[in-house]
Design a protein around this ligand. Sequence first.
Ligand code: GRF
Length: 196
Amino acid sequence: MEKIVVLASGNGSNFESIVKKTREWKLNIEITALITDNKNAFAVKRAGRLKVPVIILNYRDFASKDEYNRKLLKELKKLSPDLIVLAGYLRILPPFIVNEFKGKIINIHPSLLPAFPGLNAIERAFRAGVKYTGITIHYVDEGVDTGEIIEQRCIRIRGGETLSSLEKRIHRLEHYYYPRVIKDLLTEQSRSDIII
Ligand code: GRF
């Protein structure tokens, strides 16, 4: 069984789609835990519904960033995951975690990196008036959204598109591709070209 640990800070819709798809596809993959830095994250409720164990490391309860990250490292080591999946995790992983799990941490970002890294990427792309935007799935390194790119998918911004319609389309793309890329990474299949 390949073990995945998901890190999320908020809504958790990607987390949910990963759990559901990997179960639906009956893969040899198990989501062994959701770890969150935010006890109020909606992702925690989703995990309850999906019966995925949750580890809450409420960031505000730690004396320092370093203390928080040391505890996170300890929990990750205990779980010894094959893949750590960031899904709306809003903190930057320190070098001592990135190095410990080199090549085993991935993230999804809602723009075509290297364009629009960081927060509010969908909105920034929309306001910049770009004609194409999309999603990027990449390995995590010590920077912000800078790691090696694994997969990208793009969509055209339509005439009359609103920020909210664009957000919905981007999230649909994320929910479709993130589980598929994870499956391919863990089952070593070559990526078949999938058209949404
Ligand atoms: C997604 O748009 C993802 O690309 C970004 O954070 C958002 C998380 O959404 N990193 P959710 O919590 O999975 O609903």
